[in-house]
Design a protein around this ligand. Structure first.
Ligand code: DP6
Length: 324
């Protein structure tokens, strides 16, 4: 029997209101809702081939065979898909990113969005967008936001069924650009999965979570009304809140490098001098500098000259994950 294969593309996303901490780690039910923008131009391309006769799943990531945690995590995820499709075939999976892995650029979001779509298709499952988002969530929480396109909200839900992401505006809705200042290309020391488990050890997490519905409302409204100043204020606040939780967890997590902090201090000054720009950082030192499209060339130029920044990637709002 021929093997069953498919290839899909998934974009990473940048969170404007962040996901940090789970109510249920196994199901990846988040402590709070989140909002993000998909990143066009950056992608993971994931190829899945199920085959009878294989004795286990295999994973090649950016040309390198993975054997440790990354493989175990993917195999548990594929068990979910196998259960849905009622099959016991193992799979050969190969995934490539066109951006640095594990450096705060949500590589797992792009990869698990692509893997969900490819694996479901390869096994003949016809899942709608909400079902795919729910499935992707089990692989990596933020991946549920990369299934659909543009500006996306992950509804935290009350259980597995009600926790998935929906698009709140298409990519064409707002000409924003994410200028990603790469200050460190190395993979981070503590991954998000471990960080989510530690969030609750910070005395600040409960306050961050309790205030999340208010921030989500402001962020959603700012996007729908294309109000850059409102978006800038809530995006920077939310990033600072998450990093305050990280830094006060036990043990503390410091994701910034010196150039990250320099930029965080300077970018609000650029805005006060008329440049429509704001910052946000995920679980890594790279600084996502969001700006209006008209300002992108200037912002990119400034960042490229900035001490400690050695590369700047730019990205417009991206579309949904898709089959190749
Ligand atoms: C800081 O989705 O990478 O980027 O579910 O364990 O894979 P796992 O975590 P992940 O966490 C993302 C954390 C974040 C904020 C965000 O994207 O909302």
């Amino acid at each position: 029997m021929a093997y069953l294969q498919a290839t899909a593309i998934g974009h990473p996303n940048i969170a404007l209101v962040k996901y940090w901490g789970n109510r249920d780690d196994l199901l990846r039910l988040p402590s709070n809702g989140s909002i993000s923008m998909n990143l066009d131009g950056l992608y993971a391309r994931t190829q899945v081939a199920f085959q009878p006769g294989l004795s286990q799943d295999t994973l090649v990531l950016n040309g390198r065979e993975e054997t440790g945690k990354a493989l175990t995590r993917m195999a548990s995820f594929l068990d979910l898909v196998r259960r849905l499709a009622n099959t016991n075939f193992y799979a050969q999976v190969s995934s490539e990113n066109n951006f640095p892995t594990g450096a705060g650029l949500a590589s797992s979001a792009a990869a698990y969005a692509a893997l969900s779509l490819a694996a479901a298709h390869a096994l003949g499952l016809s899942l709608d967008e909400a079902e795919l988002s729910r499935l992707a969530r089990r692989g990596s929480g933020s991946a549920c936001r990369s299934i659909t396109g543009g500006f996306v909200e992950w509804l935290p839900g009350a259980d597995d069924y009600s926790s998935f992401a929906v698009s709140i505006a298409p990519p064409t809705h707002w000409d924003l650009v994410d200028c990603i200042a790469i200050v460190e290309p190395q993979p981070k020391a503590t991954g998000s999965t471990e960080g989510h488990r530690m969030a609750i050890t910070s005395p600040l997490q409960s306050a961050r979570v309790a205030d999340a519905p208010r921030r989500l409302n402001i962020c959603r409204k700012a996007i729908l009304e294309r109000d850059f100043d409102a978006l800038a204020a809530i995006t920077e606040l939310d990033s600072n809140l998450m990093h305050a939780v990280m830094m006060t967890s036990s043990p503390p997590l410091f994701y910034w490098q010196p150039p990250s902090l320099h930029l965080m201090k300077e970018i609000p000054d650029w805005r006060n001098h008329g440049l429509p720009v704001c910052y946000t950082l995920d679980a890594g030192p790279n600084v996502h500098v969001l700006c209006l499209g008209d300002a992108a060339v200037q912002v990119k130029g400034r960042l490229e000259e900035y001490p400690g920044v050695f590369k700047v990637l730019t990205s417009k709002p991206g579309g949904p994950a898709y089959l190749e």
